[in-house]
Design a protein around this ligand. Structure first.
Ligand SMILES: NC(=O)N[C@@H](CC(=O)O)C(=O)O
Ligand SMILES: [Zn+2]
Ligand SMILES: [Zn+2]
Length: 446
């Protein structure tokens, strides 16, 4: 395995230091990190070094919708986005509701080798919301599932939700809820408010999310279990989670990059790239989720990377699928709205995009401090870079990025998975390829 010396990197945005990556771990720091022969030097002057990013919310679409994404293409996108571990949501076809299917996805991830893939187990059989899936069999499988979610659908029956919360306690699991009251959102096409009224589109009221968040934090308190609220999008949801945490309820919450940056104003152009579940909300909601992330009410940024094939997006608004890609832009969006505005430090970014998600998902070896002896799951970022998002140039198999054409700050220069460079010079390093070749330094892009 190649040994790397990152010279002048700034761990968590702190003071520059040298970092030696050898034998899968952070082998030395500072003056101890010497050059030696055969060491591949990465000039990290001015670059920020973060623990490898961990996403609790990725849709990899395999099995079933390989036209939108595969484990291979999705994890390539993840590595380029600086991720060393992703959680693959259960709304595949067949759904990830048995030990067999979660093991299949886990194996596909291991064989692809771009990042660790942790399958999320479905809460209910077929995500139908009725009968609990075989949660403990998935927990005991090779995939060692700890997070369960019917994401894409809400576990709306309070009795089923209560049972799931009770059940996962046995193996320290967490139920991740897609908070959407189904009756209040029938036929909904966008956020319910001024813009939906103007456009004449069926609205999705904030209360449809907040009612479920409120119910679920109370259920989590009642049964003494862990709840994670996915893609929180309204000011009211932030308030409810803040209240629940103050009360000592074991709840964690996520916000997506798109809900941190974009508003429902964008729907005016009827471009289905902006159609997502939950919908883009108002500027006040965006401000509230930014504040919630800054003050720790919201624990994590999850991408909700939701690739869709062209035919499901290149159509009129009403017929288009909900969802946006996000793995390759997440860190840049967080930099733009939170770091470059002074609301989060890079150390905070390491918390919300690495250590907190690793803790919530019970992912060993990720989200660890950058210290000697720790597994070398690392992401090297150039915060001074700027680039225009071109979906066709991304590794994801789908092009439904809401950031297409936008200039965003920051660029992932390198990603290390247990000491192996998956990305160098912003380019994927094929397994077995010599580092010089793959890094393009000698112009070889064979
Ligand atoms: N977010 C979305 O708009 N879509 C997701 C489902 C989900 O995360 O709810 C998908 O699977 O396409
Ligand atoms: Zn969802
Ligand atoms: Zn999702």
């Amino acid at each position: 395995m190649t040994t790397y010396l990152l010279t002048g990197a700034r761990p968590l945005g702190g003071d520059p230091t040298d970092v030696l990556v050898a034998d899968g771990v952070v082998a030395a720091l500072g003056a101890e990190a010497s050059r030696g022969s055969g060491v591949h030097v990465v000039d990290a002057d001015g670059l920020v070094l973060l623990p490898g990013l961990v996403d609790l919310h990725t849709h990899l679409r395999e099995p079933g919708r390989e036209d939108a994404e595969t484990v291979e293409s999705g994890t390539r996108a993840a590595a380029l986005g600086g991720f060393t571990a992703v959680h693959a949501m259960a709304n595949t076809s067949p759904a990830q509701d048995t030990a067999g299917v979660v093991e299949q996805v886990w194996r596909l991830g291991r064989d692809a080798g771009w990042c660790d893939v942790h399958p999320v187990g479905a809460v209910t059989v077929g995500l139908a919301g009725e009968q609990l899936a075989e949660l403990s069999a998935m927990a005991r499988s090779a995939a060692a599932v700890r997070m369960f979610s019917d994401d894409g659908r809400c576990v709306h029956d309070p009795v089923v939700m209560r049972r799931a919360l009770e059940y996962v306690k046995a193996f320290d699991g967490v139920v991740a809820q897609h908070a959407q009251e189904p009756r209040l959102t029938e036929g909904a096409q966008m956020h319910e408010g001024v813009v939906s009224a103007e456009l004449g589109l069926t609205g999705w009221p904030a209360v449809a999310e907040e009612a479920i968040v409120a119910r679920d934090v109370l259920l989590a308190e009642h049964v003494g279990s862990r709840l994670h609220v996915l893609h929180l999008s309204t000011a009211g949801s932030v308030e409810i989670v803040r209240w629940a945490k103050a009360r000592g309820i074991d709840v964690t919450a996520e916000v997506t990059p798109h809900h941190l940056m974009l508003t429902d104003d964008l729907v005016r152009g009827y471009d289905p790239r902006f159609k997502v579940n939950p919908p883009l909300r108002t500027a006040d909601d965006v401000e509230a989720v930014r504040q919630g992330l800054a003050d720790g009410t919201i624990d994590t940024v999850g991408t909700d990377h939701a690739p869709h094939p062209r035919e499901d997006k290149d159509c009129e608004w009403g017929a288009a699928a909900f969802g946006m890609t996000g793995l390759e832009t997440a860190l840049s969006v967080v930099q733009a709205v939170m770091v470059d505005t002074g609301r989060l430090t890079w150390s905070d970014v390491a918390r919300v995009m690495s250590s907190a998600p690793a803790r919530i998902g019970r992912v060993p070896g990720h989200g660890r401090p950058i210290a000697v002896g720790e597994p070398a799951n690392l992401t090297l970022v150039d915060p001074a870079a700027r680039r225009v998002v071109v979906p066709e140039e991304q590794a994801t198999a789908s092009v439904n990025s809401p950031f297409a054409g936008r200039e965003l700050p920051g660029r992932v220069v390198a990603t290390f998975l247990r000491g192996r460079a998956t990305v160098l010079d912003g380019t994927l390093v094929e397994a077995g390829a010599s580092v010089e070749r793959a890094s393009g330094r000698h112009g070889a892009h064979a």
